[in-house]
Each structure stands twice: as structure tokens, then as C-alpha cells.
Design a protein around this ligand. Structure first.
Ligand code: PRP
Ligand code: URA
Length: 207
């Protein structure tokens, strides 16, 4: 496994344990999804460039910084929306691109039913948001579509990753870095992450 950064922090360990617990209710699940997502975004945005900005404090003038607006979030529908809201609370000016893919259960070929992107994606860092990287199929298909549309710098922010998903991304997209708060053990025969946290979308949206 390469190009993967495990974000190992007491706060993520605490929140992840709550997310994994099958007795956690929807409201608590949402709260801890937001905490973990913001910590991931904080780490994944470490490479963002800064513009120098001259400001006046109440006491003196000084040189400060502002983030160069060069980021686009792309949530993988549906569960990626859960990370988009806290990510944009952090970086409210960030543009958002949407790509809706549905996989044919038999052929596993992804059909695109929706797409809307901000301009100049070729110049921006695209952060793909998906809480679960299981087989890696959903994220990999999304990245192929983004590359077709000109994206050049892409990273993945996820909460739990399986080794199988990381290996697939490494193979199909060796240029893409993965940020995750957990690398779990394996996938079961239903392609769920073990130990994982179950179906993220269902638990987040209460379905
Ligand atoms: C989940 C999850 C990922 C995908 C991961 O979505 O949110 O997008 O599975 O699995 P993969 O790595 O094997 O592709 P799901 O298909 O359950 O849809 P949902 O977001 O609507 O819940
Ligand atoms: N999608 C989920 O929501 N959970 C898994 O464990 C795998 C895919």
C-alpha cells in the first residue's frame, strides 16, 4: 500500500469508536461524522497554497495569510454528502462538483446519470469525499470521470478504508493520495468493510 496517509489522532479514535458502535443513534452519528471529516480535511488541505495578506490588528499592521482558493470538493453520492457539509463549514468558499454514478449490478459498469462541475477543474486540487473506501470501485470510477474532464490533481478523503480499496486506487490511480482515519482488516463476502461500521449512508441518513 502506498500514497495513503493514516490520520491517527485521539479525537478521531474517540469519534470513530462512536461511529463504529452499532448502538449509536443517527444524531450522534452525524455529529461525530462532522468531527472526523473536519480533522481529515484539515490534514488533507495541508498542501493548500497561501496568499500573503497585509492586515491591521487593533494594535499594529502585520503580514497575514489567506488560503488561495484552489480547492474543489466532489462528494460521492450519497454518503459523501455527509462529509461535504462539515468540510464546507471549514472552507465555505470551496466550490463543489457533483457526479452521479450508478453501477450495473451485473456488468459492474458505471453509468453516469448526473454531472455538474465548477470551471477550471484542471487548475484545482479536487478532493473526492466518500466515507467508505471498500472495493474502491465507486471512488475509482469517479476519479476516471474527473480525469476525463481534465482534472490533474486529485486526493481522496475517507473515514474508513479497506486494504482492498487502497490497493485498487494505488493500481488504477497511482497519482492519487488517500487520507483516511482508519485502515481496517478486510472485506467480507458482501463487500462490507470488517470491522467497519456497517452501511454508512443508511446510518447517516437514518434509512
Ligand atoms: C457506499 C459508500 C461508498 C461505497 C463504497 O455507498 O458510501 O460510496 O459504498 O463501496 P466501494 O468502495 O466498494 O465502491 P453505497 O453504494 O452503499 O451508496 P450510498 O452512498 O447511497 O449509501
Ligand atoms: N459501503 C458502506 O457503507 N459500508 C461498507 O462497509 C462498505 C461499503
Amino acid at each position: 500500500m502506498q500514497n495513503v496517509q493514516l490520520i491517527d489522532h485521539p479525537l478521531t479514535k474517540h469519534s470513530l469508536t462512536i461511529l463504529r458502535d452499532k448502538n449509536t443513534d443517527t444524531e450522534t452519528f452525524r455529529r461525530h461524522t462532522a468531527i472526523v471529516s473536519q480533522i481529515i480535511i484539515m490534514e488533507a488541505s495541508r498542501t493548500c497554497k497561501l496568499n500573503v495578506k497585509q492586515i491591521e490588528t487593533p494594535v499594529a499592521s502585520m503580514q497575514g495569510y489567506e488560503i488561495y482558493r484552489s480547492l474543489i470538493f466532489v462528494p460521492v453520492l450519497r454518503a459523501g454528502i455527509s462529509m461535504l457539509v462539515p468540510a464546507r463549514d471549514f472552507l465555505p468558499w470551496t466550490s463543489v462538483g457533483f457526479i452521479g454514478l450508478e453501477r450495473d449490478e451485473e456488468t459492474a459498469i458505471a453509468h453516469e446519470y448526473y454531472q455538474k462541475f465548477p470551471e477550471h477543474i484542471e487548475k484545482k486540487l479536487i478532493m473526492v469525499l466518500d466515507p467508505m473506501l471498500a472495493t474502491g470501485g465507486s471512488v475509482s470510477d469517479t476519479i476516471f470521470r474527473l480525469k476525463e474532464k481534465g482534472a490533474k490533481r486529485i486526493a481522496i478523503a475517507c473515514i474508513v478504508a479497506a486494504p482492498e480499496g487502497i490497493k485498487r486506487i494505488n493500481k488504477e490511480h497511482p497519482d492519487v493520495k488517500i487520507y483516511t482515519t482508519a485502515i481496517d482488516d478486510h472485506l467480507n463476502d458482501k463487500k462490507y468493510i470488517v470491522p467497519g461500521l456497517g452501511d454508512f449512508g443508511d446510518r447517516y441518513f437514518g434509512t
